[in-house]
Write a protein that binds this ligand. Structure first.
Ligand code: PRP
Ligand code: URA
Length: 210
């Protein structure tokens, strides 16, 4: 199957994003919204999971049903801001395992630096969804995916809330096998590497560290 690059086009996501972007939206509402958007995105990103037929006895007869075909999933938030999307993802797939990759972006060079990596021990049996609200230069997403690939998972998808065109192009080029889902594709990066119009510093807005 060819890889997917999807800019989400859905009225609920658009509405929630309009409140998320507002600089006056407080952290508690920001956290709720970013999780709600994540939940809607995971709903779409899991569309191609394999199912198998099972027979279920209802109070009135036998129903031929479909269940997930034993596929194991893992969510990997990129710390810190990726944590903001995790609860939404787990709401839809509570049995998924969770890995964590810690990266921070140097404010001057914009280069990502790794400080933590803990992934499920059986990740090679799992389909992985990497979540991070912001895809700016693309450095953090590309490095996180490179780390995960060393452990040979079944498949990797990347989900972000807001992407910049340059970050999206870099991710597509460096990881042509990764499906990409963005709630919005914005105009550009500013001179400090922030997405314009974007939503500001996602980590600071989620955790109230502005
Ligand atoms: C932000 C964001 C991404 C990264 C995106 O994290 O959550 O991980 O920047 O930028 P890039 O595409 O140019 O790499 P940040 O480094 O600010 O850390 P934080 O999540 O701890 O705030
Ligand atoms: N990281 C953020 O949190 N926001 C941006 O706009 C870019 C990188």
């Amino acid at each position: 199957m060819p890889r997917k690059v999807m800019i989400m086009d859905h009225p609920l996501i658009a509405h929630k994003l309009s409140i998320l972007r507002n600089k006056n939206t407080p952290s508690n509402q920001f956290r709720t919204l970013i999780n709600e958007i994540s939940e809607l995105m995971i709903f779409e990103a899991t569309r191609d999971l394999e199912t198998e037929e099972v027979e279920v006895e209802t109070p009135c007869g036998i129903a031929k049903c479909r269940q997930l075909a034993g596929k194991k999933l893992a969510f990997v938030p990129i710390l810190r801001a990726g944590i903001g999307m995790l609860d939404g993802a787990l709401t839809l797939v509570p049995a998924a395992r969770v890995g964590h990759i810690g990266l921070y972006r140097d404010e001057k060079t914009l280069e990502p630096h790794e400080y933590y990596c803990k992934l499920p021990h059986d990740i090679e049996e799992r389909e992985v969804f990497v979540v991070d609200p912001m895809l700016a230069t693309g450095g953090s997403a590309c490095d996180a995916i490179k780390l995960i690939k060393q452990r040979k998972p079944k498949k990797i998808s990347f989900l972000c809330t807001v992407a910049a065109p340059s970050g999206l192009e870099r991710l597509k080029e460096e990881h042509p096998d990764v499906d990409i889902y963005c709630a919005a594709l914005d105009e550009r990066l500013n001179e400090n590497g922030y997405i314009v119009p974007g939503l500001g510093d996602a980590g600071d807005r989620i955790f109230g560290t502005l």
